[in-house]
Design a protein around this ligand. Structure first.
Ligand SMILES: *Cc1c(COP(=O)(O)O)cnc(C)c1O
Ligand SMILES: [Zn+2]
Length: 393
């Protein structure tokens, strides 16, 4: 099912036969990256465009398996200004970009005969995984940081039938649990972004941007475990290698002040993250202190002449409300991309640059993240009419 691919270690450079259960380098434990053995034949934009929107439109550039799909991808690219767009990943089936990766990784797991999947999650991975696992007839186990998962996301995992395990401590502890318990022996297949096949699905976000508006100058996105920035960069790199595009964007990653191991290190000119064991931010989706995909992220930043920015929770809140007033409802982590963009504009990003922000998840995921003002109250029809007339005149 993976004959088209090899897995290459980003640390030691060795290559391995592609197997769904080979998650990290058998030699050195480094991250693995799927690479094509030979150029996929006959691919072109006109071919892709003959198919319905979505991840599997690019099937020649994905594992050749029967898809477990719900029409993920093909999300709106909403224009916010002359040179500014936002890729609205909230319109995926479970409301976040995680569905792009999950459709591919769950399809592969099903093809490999897997019956149970597991993930650690700040929320959206568990929502997405449990939905796709249920659709594929698999059991799902989710390990969550206790008390730190937004209600909408938790509700989804419950609805889709996941077994929920809560641990004390941040996401990083939950991931530790998953890395210990998953594997061929237990039969539990790990669905975190350390799994290279998830990132293979997520790279399609880059394909869609390039197809719709060409290659932008910048792609700005929130960074948690740093899988998505790596996946999107892989998507652009691959398109150029395949002759589908002739230039590359610069990547701008944004982290919250209280959870910024990559951004802080990058600003200091360091080549490894400044890990933290007590990450904290209102943007719970990126509340991560030890991002596992950091080597891939640093490479994306280096190769793309990219940049990292840090934003405060206050700036995230303001950005979320500002986007809301433009009609775009995103969760706090996603607002970090707009907050970061506002800080980088003029200083690093020129007003003439064409910029795509990635809105990673839907506002409905986390309705507790913003304040609700007191509504106008009325105890009769007459009073309501009067109040509204007063307020609108
Ligand atoms: C998972 C997630 C992120 C972070 O993505 P990484 O690949 O972990 O960097 C950002 N925003 C939202 C809404 C997410 O669900
Ligand atoms: Zn290795």
């Amino acid at each position: 099912m993976l004959e088209e691919y090899q897995l290459r270690c980003v640390k030691c450079g060795r290559t391995f036969a592609a197997d769904p259960w080979t998650i990290v380098c058998p030699h050195c434990g480094g991250l693995l990256e799927p690479v094509f053995r030979r150029r996929p034949l006959a691919i072109s934009w006109p071919l892709f465009r003959t198919r319905r929107f979505g991840v599997w439109r690019y099937r020649e550039l994905l594992p050749r398996v029967q898809p477990v799909t719900m029409g993920e991808g093909g999300t709106p690219l909403i224009q916010l200004g002359d040179n500014l767009w936002i890729k609205f990943e909230g319109s995926n089936p479970t409301g976040s970009f995680k569905d792009r990766g999950m459709t591919v990784a769950v399809s592969l797991a099903r093809a490999a005969g897997v019956s149970s999947v597991i993930c650690a999650s700040t929320g959206n991975t568990s929502a997405s995984m449990s939905a796709y696992a249920s659709r594929a007839g698999m059991r799902s186990f989710v390990v969550l940081p206790k008390g730190k998962v937004a209600r909408g996301k938790l509700a989804q995992a419950v609805l889709h039938g996941a077994t929920i395990v809560e641990v004390d401590g941040p996401f990083d502890i939950a991931l530790d649990v998953v890395m210990r318990v998953s594997g061929r022996e237990s039969g539990l297949y790990p669905m975190n972004s350390i799994n290279p096949w998830r990132l293979e699905g997520q790279k399609t976000l880059a394909f869609e941007i390039a197809d719709e508006i060409g290659v932008p100058d910048w792609v700005v996105l929130p960074v948690g475990n740093a899988g998505n920035i790596s996946a999107i960069w892989k998507g652009f790199r691959e398109m150029r290698e395949l002759g589908l595009i002739d230039r590359l964007p610069r990547m701008a990653g944004v982290q919250a002040e209280g959870a910024s191991p990559i951004a802080k290190a990058f600003k200091e000119g360091m080549s490894e993250p400044l890990f933290t064991d007590e990450p904290e931010t209102v943007a719970t989706a990126i509340r991560i202190g030890r991002p596992v995909n950091w080597p891939k992220a640093f490479r994306a930043l280096r190769e793309s002449d990219g940049i990292m920015e840090v934003v405060s929770d206050e700036e995230i809140r303001e950005a979320q409300l500002a986007l809301g007033r433009m009609g775009v409802g995103v969760e706090p982590a996603s607002a970090a991309s707009y907050a970061g963009y506002r800080k980088l504009l003029e200083r690093v990003i020129s007003p003439d640059d064409r910029v795509v922000l990635v809105a990673t998840g839907h506002a409905l995921k986390d309705p507790d993240a913003f304040p609700f003002p007191e509504p106008v109250r009325a105890s009769s029809v007459e009073e309501a009419v009067e109040r509204i007339r007063g307020l609108s005149s």
